[in-house]
Design a protein around this ligand. Structure first.
Ligand code: GTP
Length: 392
């Protein structure tokens, strides 16, 4: 699997300052010494500010030893780094050793080109030397398949199973984001461009370069992002300045989706007394939209029916009476069973999991359930079908 476009330039070192500014520190929970190392995927369209965000993280005083996997590095100037060579059993002479850079704040840097999995395997040989992994994808990458690889990966060998997917963060360019979504040409028959896929597949959105656009445009792009992905909180940032607790250690694949304020949309239910027709805009014309359905406490039969419904929707891409080109890119949800147990639904493409939330994580989780689907062909018939299942 590749994380990189073809780029024949040899990687150079990333710029880092040798003294970490005292005023640049994040209030992160102390790093966990858990067996599995959390990983965050950072995606975003070309030039949105992914590298800027990573450079910031690499120079901030956060107390984490973060391993960063990047496709390209910046300048070599002023770096205070130790080079660490790691040789593998297959390469005892070390001729093809991977090079890592240990930065001033304890972060590790690792450059990869087309050898995504191999680089991660080598990185995992240094397990114990870092607490967290950040993976920057290229601007044209669809985070879905990459997230799938790191999620539900217990069966993998070679260190991949020692990684736990924490979340997917998308950096959106506030200046060009709307234009990119309009002009981004799809690469497959689903006709969904990469910039839209990145937003659809993310758990957190950073609306970056917000210093460069007027508030009206900022509101417009925020609204569009919410239409595509209502389950992801949106943070407006300048040069990736954000408290890292919003992007690191969020357990997006384990905890219920956060409550995201809904301004122009709302969670629809059977009680709604209005049409659920989607407002016309470029993105619905391309067929990408989202739908949210709320539900009460579910009994055993409802839970079973919901499981079957999700399986058919994700695996067979069809729901009786629904549009023929149904394609769900991402689904999330949380609901409560009659036994009082909270369940979390997570789905990336055809993979999904419904897990029970441990009592320790259930504090404050409302009994009202919510399911969010993001994808193509999510018309009113899909909503009605899901509401029917949830109604019993
Ligand atoms: N004014 C302003 N400029 C920014 C901001 N964030 C990034 N930039 C600039 O935008 C340009 C692109 O930023 P990068 O961080 O390289 O973007 P990227 O997403 O890594 O780009 P690719 O790797 O090409 O996809 C750089 O010149 C940054 O300095 C911001 O919030 N405001």
């Amino acid at each position: 699997m590749s994380f990189s476009d073809s780029d024949d330039e040899p990687p150079s070192l990333i710029e880092a300052v040798s003294v970490i500014p005292e005023n640049r520190s994040s209030q992160l929970a102390p790093p966990s010494r858990a067996v599995r190392v959390p990983l965050t995927i950072i995606c975003g369209f070309l030039g949105a500010g992914k590298s800027t965000l990573l450079k910031r993280i690499l120079t901030e005083k956060h107390g984490y030893r973060i391993a960063v996997i990047m496709n390209e590095f910046g300048d070599t100037a002023d770096i205070e780094a130790k080079t660490i060579n790691v040789s593998s059993a297959d390469d005892p002479t070390g001729e093809q050793t991977e090079e890592f850079l240990e930065l001033a704040n304890g972060c590790l840097c690792c450059s990869i080109k087309d050898t995504g999995v191999a680089a991660i395997e080598k990185l995992m040989q240094k397990k114990g030397a870092f607490d967290y992994i950040l993976l920057e994808t290229t601007g044209l990458a669809d985070p879905g398949p990459i997230a799938s690889m790191f999620w539900l990966n217990e069966e993998y060998a070679n260190g991949l199973a020692d990684i736990v997917l924490d979340g997917v963060v998308c950096v959106v360019d506030a200046v060009f984001g709307l234009k990119q979504m309009e002009e981004d040409h799809a690469t497959d028959d689903l006709n969904i461009g990469e910039s839209v896929r990145q937003i659809a597949g993310s758990d957190v959105i950073l609306l970056n370069k917000s210093d460069l656009v007027d508030p009206t445009l900022l509101t417009e792009i925020e609204k569009t992002i919410k239409q595509i992905n209502p389950a992801a909180p949106i943070y407006k940032t300048v040069k990736g300045e954000i408290d890292l607790k919003h992007i690191i250690g969020i357990s997006a694949f384990r905890l219920p989706p956060p409550e995201v304020a809904e301004e122009d949309s709302h969670a629809h239910s059977e009680d709604c007394d209005h049409s659920h027709d989607l407002p016309p805009n470029h993105y619905e014309l391309r067929g990408i939209s989202s739908l949210q359905v709320t539900c009460g406490i579910l009994n055993k039969s409802q839970l079973e029916k919901l499981d079957v419904w999700i399986r058919i929707a994700l695996w067979e891409n069809k729901i009786e009476g629904a549009s023929s080109d149904l394609k769900i890119l991402r689904c999330k949800g949380a609901f409560t069973s009659e036994r009082g147990v909270h369940h979390v639904l997570q789905g990336v493409r055809s993979m999904y999991e419904i897990s029970e939330l441990p009592a320790t994580d259930s504090m404050g989780v409302p009994d009202t359930g919510k399911i969010v689907l993001i994808g193509k062909g999510l018309d009113d018939s899909v909503r009605k079908s899901l509401e029917h299942v949830l109604a019993g």
